[in-house]
Design a protein around this ligand. Sequence first.
Ligand code: ATP
Ligand code: MG
Length: 823
Amino acid sequence: GAPKSTKYLDDLNPAQREAVEALEGPVLILAGAGTGKTKTLMARVAHLITTDSARENEILAVTFTNKAAKEMQDRLRRTPFSLNEPVRWMGTFHSISAKLLRRHAELVGLKSNFTILDTDDTIRLLKQLISAAGIDEKRWPARQLAGMIDSWKNRALTPSAVSGGEGSEFNGMGVKLYAQYQERLLTLNAVDFGDLLLHMVVIFQKHPDLLAQYQRWFKYILVDEYQDTNVAQYLWLRLLAGGHKNICCVGDDDQSIYGWRGAEVGNILRFEKDFPGAKVVRLEQNYRSTPHILAAASSVIAGNKDRLGKELWTSETEGEKVRLIGHWDGEEEARWVGEEIEALHGGTRARLRKYSLDDIAILVRASHQMRAFEDRFLSIGLPYRVIGGPRFYERMEIRDAMAYFRIVTQLEDDLAFERIINTPKRGVGDKALQDIQITARSNGVSLLEGAKIAVDEGLLKGKARSGVAQLIADIERWSSLNGPRIRYAVEEDDEPFEEDVLFEDERTSDDELSVFEDIGYFGERARPARPKLEEEDALVEDVAYDPAEIGHIELAEKILDESGYTAMWQNDKSPEAPGRLENLKELIKALEQFDNLAGFLEHVALIMDNDSGEDGEKVTIMTLHGAKGLEFPVVFLPGWEEGLFPSQRSMDENGTKGLEEERRLAYVGITRAEELCTISFAANRRVYGQWQSQLASRFIDELPVDHVDVETPSGLYGGQRSPATSYEASPSTSFEQRASKADVYNSPGWKRMQDRAQRAGSPRSPVTIDMKANASFTLGDRVFHKKFGYGEVMEIEGDKLAIEFDRAGTKKLVAGFVVPADQ
Ligand code: ATP
Ligand code: MG
């Protein structure tokens, strides 16, 4: 036929185009933020399809977060070329692995309807194992074990592969507990997040034939945000790309922000070794941000050592400087941001255009920062969406309800059964539960089966007995009403790589798919509960359709009503009860977007996101981590304060490495902004109910003077913006590099604010900022630290001090965190 249009190539610069056209063999695109890495990757997908190099479902495209996966789908839709069918294998490492593991679960001893546990379940399970091993959970907390296991899994280490030297914690039982945990997961027919990848790596390693089939199937592999892959993900990729080696990875070492989750920037360096002859493409032109924003980001990241080093430039010449503003406290910061957004939305800021709320994002370091913004926006009626953060699906009533759904879809789900056996109260105390557990274990059956035996054999008495008997009968009845099981596994004698067979269970119409896109769901798609009967559809007869079954929404409501769970909250007189009932309604609403309970549960396990997907423009509130790869015309970066950002914990745990990762996070944050970037900090902040006075972040010192406008705090004038503080009137302050904090603190406005607060007898401590905080110390100096109190400098090593605190013992700290004690 006629050659197809390659219009998408016209939008690319020569370097990008080169990267797109190099379809065969390994390609590494290494480039800074906003240079079009993701765009190039999507153009490659278009090019593969247009040149008939691969069909849509022969392309494997992975990225790191759900949000980024959704973004890829959106971008692909905007790319000027036409898809014949959806690109199905485009998603996160986890969602794609879940999909693969469902097909081959039996190879690691699982069933295809396995449950994906979340952290909460994991912790509960580990607690049981720790106490069964006779270890004091107070000394060796389950959370710590969970962290160890996660890091082993991130490095693709099964229990037997963990080297002898590791896991000496937990009285030397670390590795053993890991092994027990894995066994328990198998008996529960469950996996945790790390398992999704680990199991697939193990399967591929043990079954070369299967691997070879997938290597042939996925003709081209594309990876976005490659700098954040961990060892397990890297192995997974290397295995799948091992045949043809058509793998294209794009990344930016300066945006590696998941070191704490086991990501290894070193994977970028290894790429050229593992894929010899790889073509390396560098992109240098930034198309996203104004020159000021770019300069600010470059200046901050320059503080890191060991960078691969990249040039970034833009042809833009116009634009606003980055704005820096200090506030009295976190609430005022939120109020100011709210006002600012209203002004930007109303188009009343001089020199600036009118913005849609969708153009605006607030990116925070820690999710507890979100609440202040949520509260403020609720009270002024500013629509917003929270991505990540305080999670709907983590609320107690939601977890309870979902435990009911889980046990109904998977009768062996012991954790779910345990959660609901006495919720609402059925007279099942600790003793009764223990008896059931023992019965189940000694008979080698699930808890539900164990409970049945305990009832039949009269092990349970009185109220517990009748309560449990009723619950079992209910669960069995609900289960029989539940839609047909999803048929995931491919029959053995099917030819699995005939597309028609292998991909049958994922066929969806484009309409259905777009619904999923709208809610950001690209994980495993369960087979619809009521399959459309088509004669040529060979699989339909496998899916028995029982007329007694009812719709999943109806079923969910029935479960919550008949179990007495809804009534429990209706009868509850506590102030939270109405809210919980609201949330349960919200949950039922969420079910509408799915075909059955199993599909919904999988969605929740993979995406814990409370974006309701409702219409209308909204401000986005999310964490810096979640914002990677995204872009917004207007970005607010609040809370740039020592201890919050950079995070104290990250520095305490990982020293300079931790600090550098925080700095990369600052770089990620600034480079999300296209037109306007506002950085702010507060002098006082309430953290877990306690007022703390804060020091402005050291990253603020690293901003380049010439590209920053310092604004005066708004609270000064009783919330009214004086001409001097209005944006248009704010002059470009000339101050020395690395003194921008001082500029804020020494401004007359800041001093007046302090005086006023003191006169008003503010309960909060007035800020005393001493720029000497970054001064050098000598041995024996007396110092003061916010949390640890007074102490004496015992050792100095670069910017790190060992300090013997009067009460808190000896600690190693970065010098910026203590102030001389005499002031
Ligand atoms: P990040 O590192 O933040 O993930 P990135 O390198 O993936 O960034 P993209 O998100 O792909 O960058 O591109 C940034 C912006 O620049 C997008 O809005 C994109 O459409 C635009 N862009 C990229 N390349 C070009 C180009 N050649 N011409 C015009 N616009 C471009
Ligand atoms: Mg990108």
